[in-house]
Design a binder for this molecule. Sequence first.
Ligand code: HAM
Length: 440
Amino acid sequence: MSTLKAVRGTRDLLPPETALWNRIEATARTVFARYNFGEIRTPIFEDTGLFARGVGEETDIVSKEMYTWEDRARAQSEKSQSLTLRPENTAGVVRAYIEHKLGETGQLQKLYYIGPQFRRERPQKGRYRQFSQIGAEVIGPPSAGSESPLRDAEVLEMLATLLDELGIQGWTLHINSVGSAADRARYNDTLRAALAPVASQMCEDCQRRAVTNPLRVLDCKVPEDQPIIDALPKISDSLDLESKKHFAAVLAALDASSVPYTRNHRLVRGLDYYTRTTFEFTHGGLGAQNALLGGGRYDGLSEAIGGPKAPGIGFAMGLDRLVLTIQNQLVQNSAPPQVAQLVDAFIAPLGDAKNEEALTKINAAALALARELRRAGLSIELGDGTFRLKKSFEAADKVARRIVILGEDELASGILTVKDFASGTQTKVPRAELVSFLSS
Ligand code: HAM
């Protein structure tokens, strides 16, 4: 029979690597708390219409990459419904904002999320079909200050702080403004006109995009096309005065906080909901998939999915890519490889494999001892009464700092033998003193 494997583009994460994932998530939660964000958890699947209307029918994500199925009705009262595994979380957060009438609080909602997302992309290093994002959104009625450029700058300053606290060196913040929906439409027309005479000299994808979605030409990576693209009109020239002022205020606030950035006229991003500020943080060590995170402002998204006016700004970081970056850095700095943490002690029950009754008794006593020590806060690995002493020592040496021997004699006397692997010393410890002895 053929063996079953994890599906293409999905992976198992195993210890000790998962410890790094947990550390990153814990750091993010701590930083978010300092900026007064609270956690939101939305469902992993949603009505397909949410992404079609929110992210945009024409985007690659919606047109090619979603995991969508027709969910059959199970009862007369139900209708069959098209459902989709979430390819991103912003649309879900805004749906929840509308559904729970969070706008009626009159306050800015500052929400973060950590969780898996799904896109049927071509898998490669740093790009998976199930991947994890850490993201956050700031959204609310305009009266709560949700449109203010200060929100944009604060989010970007928080990201710079978070990446620094994660120890990620050498990131670059690329920033742009795509203006209002009207500015973007105007720019699309300008681009279409500018591309008409030159598109035939470009790659096949660009020839198609020049007609269907000219903005996407700016994402092209084909080297021969670059001089043509660099000579195209810039979106900054299509912005109205309000959008220009907004962007200038964002940049001024970043300057005041000494957050370094690079203006990137080509950063238009692949999701339709963006307005005004758009940004990405990249890292050179990642190769082709070099975007550590991306985000921007989406002032019309709530209305696009049937909600009240609720401007917002947010971002999502690729957790898989953060992990890769940190692992690369550890290798470069020739840090020791990640090793599993040793537990405080290994309890080795010494039984007689042939005497079932005695074996059961010593194993049971070992579990009771392990429970007592773990409840006192110690980390404990538990052996087995069938192990010979040599095997217990070998097993313990791999995972624990010390071994605690529990045989018939120890059980009767209440005095346990503890060996410390680092120092090689062996000590007799009364059971009542074991917790404090092992805590040292
Ligand atoms: P996005 O640029 O599509 O934006 O994704 C954000 C980040 O998720 C990327 O920069 C990348 O690090 C990671 N990512 C995306 N696709 C994959 C993949 N297939 N494998 C591994 N990592 C991936 C959004 O998702 C927006 N919702 C961000 C946002 C929030 N904008 C406003 N608020």
